[in-house]
Design a protein. Structure first.
Length: 396
């Protein structure tokens, strides 16, 4: 095949990605999620931590790396997938996203459920509309699925770890004792377009000139399928960066074992089912372990008798430029002890051109943060606190 023919075939496969329903649902979902988040944050804190397109930008992080890794490895090893499995994966992934949001967005869930559904339908010889009777997947197809879910979990783990900074959003909730506490929420999805091979003849694609690749004596159709990365976690005792890093490490650990089982399935086909099963169960265990770790201590983001706890700071705000970080406590402002928002901003009025803060960091050590203030900045340092959110919540 010439370079031009390859380019045309890849372009048509990419076209299939952009008309796939899951792609459009994911795009609409993240835009709607961003809009809802902005409204919630403006209600609770008078300002939004991020703009409405924050989730949209996270959607595409890791896409290029994920596409190259999954596509090169699977096509290079001659992995192929069945039409029934791809169709069921798409339906399950779409429903999971719509009904459960980021909680079940990870492809580990939808791939696992689609695989066991195909096995069940094949065993019962059930026919599906437009697809006919579902055949039992071959050993190659099951090994391909195991390798796919292992690679996607690996990408998801590193995708999560890379988002330690500035991706969580603050919220105010009521704790078990009825007191208002601050929490940080990590709820993101990512989208990975993956080029896969589909054996020709299993289904007729109603597009003239659709690419057909020949490998040995078999013919394959090149397609590009959207796969989701996803995670949802709430942190009330762990600092967001530490909690996200822990979640990422847990997912990478699950991915490592899944890939070992997938490799072993080349020689022991039954290990492919074990790999898919562990991906499904292990991904849920990763979420549960982080949740348990976060609930072992008393809530961190609460009002204190001494000092003003920083729940979050606005990106590019004076507070961020002063080096103020999530979880630190402002003890004094311009030499005046403070313990709530009113006292804090009154203390800032003592010097309208300069701000000096005494801060206790997350390790309990004291330091000073200082900066010249410009017109209006003493009213807009860009600090979110539990006290501010509590007042707004009670007002509702």
């Amino acid at each position: 095949m010439t370079g031009t023919e390859w380019f045309w075939e890849i372009a048509q496969a990419i076209g299939l990605f952009f008309i796939h329903p899951l792609t459009w649902v994911a795009v609409v979902f993240v835009i709607a999620t961003g809009w809802i988040r902005v409204r919630r944050e403006r209600f609770s804190f008078q300002s939004a931590a991020y703009d409405v397109l924050h989730e949209w930008r996270q959607l595409w992080k890791g896409s290029l790396l994920g596409t190259v890794l999954v596509s090169v490895v699977l096509i290079g090893l001659g992995a192929s997938f069945t039409t029934a499995w791809l169709a069921l994966y798409g339906v399950i992934a779409l429903l999971s996203l719509v009904l459960f949001g980021q909680r079940l967005a990870s492809s580990a869930y939808s791939i696992g459920m689609a695989t066991f559904l195909v096995l069940g339908l094949a065993a019962l010889e059930i026919e599906l509309p437009w697809l006919g009777t579902v055949d039992m997947p071959s050993d190659v197809a099951l090994t391909s699925v195991a390798g796919l879910v292992g690679l996607l979990l690996l990408i998801e783990g590193f995708w999560v770890k890379r988002q330690q900074h500035r991706v969580t959003t603050p919220m105010i909730t009521k704790g078990k004792r009825g007191k208002f506490i601050g929490t940080h929420h990590f709820a993101q999805i990512g989208l990975v377009p993956a080029f896969l091979l589909l054996p020709s003849g299993l289904v007729q694609i109603p597009i003239d000139g659709w690419p057909i690749l020949t490998v040995g004596e078999e013919s394959f159709t090149l397609i590009c399928v959207p796969f989701l990365l996803g995670a949802k976690q709430r942190f009330q005792t762990l600092l967001p960066a530490a909690g996200i890093l822990l979640l990422g490490k847990q997912i990478v650990g699950v991915a490592g074992l899944v890939l070992v089982l997938a490799i072993g399935s080349f020689w022991i086909p039954a290990l492919a089912i074990a790999a898919v099963s562990f991906a499904l169960i292990g991904r849920e265990l990763a979420t549960a372990r982080v949740r348990v770790a976060d609930q072992q201590k008393t809530p961190y983001f609460t009002e204190r008798d001494r000092g003003l706890l920083i729940l979050d700071t606005l990106p590019d705000s004076p507070a961020e430029k002063m080096g103020l970080e999530i979880g630190e406590v402002i003890l004094k402002a311009n030499g005046v002890p403070v313990k709530n928002d009113q006292e804090f901003y009154e203390a800032l009025q003592h010097n309208r051109t300069y701000c000096k803060l005494e801060v206790q960091d997350v390790n309990g050590e004291l330091r000073f943060a200082q900066r010249a203030l410009y017109k209006g900045e003493h009213h807009e340092l860009g600090i979110f606190t539990v006290a501010l959110g509590r007042v707004r919540e009670r007002a509702s």
